[in-house]
Write a protein that binds this ligand. Structure first.
Ligand code: SAH
Length: 214
């Protein structure tokens, strides 16, 4: 069914608001970045629906409202250096790039990183650095980070990521056993340690060890 682009955008933003996305900067970022560019093939026509969709390498692009709620919980400021673990399609990184000073995004699939990189270049998003690797070890060379977002589920927050969070920094990630119920949590590093807030149930692909073969 064809819908005119303005109407489609209204519907897209309405879905986000109705799921609790209230931060104006996040809504503007979601309005600016065209999710349609990150979804290809037979699922392209569903790009503006509030649902996760399959992408290459057996992975998924997250549901737009989950992307927006995670971004909102991360409370990104224009001075922040952000690490994203799990580039996937690159959509979440493109949203973060609207709000942060610099975004580092890492994925274990070379192919996904290469394709996301191409899109960032086409969109003129010059403040994103892409890397191929196992993101559970973080990026010690670039640490500490003001914000860290993990878009794949681990049983517990990976130790290296906790260590690479700046004091006062925030990390948002899904935790729990893969394919059962996972919780989105927000970790805030304080001078004394870490505070944990449970935000909502979610379902993400698992955080997997090591590099993928493609
Ligand atoms: N943020 C993405 C969705 C990510 S799907 C988007 O906006 O489209 C989760 C991604 O995490 C997958 O691409 C998967 O390859 C990646 N991943 C899983 N384990 C990883 C690890 N240890 N290091 C880096 N990336 C990982």
């Amino acid at each position: 069914m064809s819908e005119d682009p303005a109407e489609r955008k209204m519907r897209f933003l309405y879905a986000l608001r109705s799921k609790g996305v209230t931060d104006g900067r996040v809504l503007t970022a979601m309005e600016t970045v065209d999710r349609g560019a990150f979804v290809t093939g037979i699922f392209a026509e569903r790009a503006y629906d509030d649902m996760p969709l399959p992408i290459a390498c057996g992975q998924t692009i997250s549901q737009p409202s989950v992307v927006a709620l995670m971004t909102q919980a991360l409370a990104v400021t224009p001075r922040d250096k952000v690490l994203e673990v799990g580039t996937g399609s690159g959509y979440q990184a493109a949203i973060l790039a609207q709000l942060a000073r610099r975004v580092y995004t890492i994925d274990r699939h070379r192919r996904l990183v290469r394709e996301a990189e191409k899109l960032f270049h086409q969109m003129g998003l010059a403040n994103i650095t892409t890397l191929v690797g196992d993101g559970s070890y973080g990026l010690p060379d670039q640490a500490p980070f003001d914000r860290i977002i993990v878009t794949a589920a681990a049983e517990d927050p990976p130790g290296p990521l906790l260590a690479q969070l700046r004091i006062g920094g925030i990390m948002v990630l899904p935790v729990g056993q893969s394919d059962t119920v996972q919780s989105l949590i927000k970790v805030t590093r304080t001078p004394q340690g870490y505070d944990y807030d449970e935000l909502r149930p979610v379902r993400f692909v698992p955080l997997v060890e090591g590099l993928a073969t493609d």
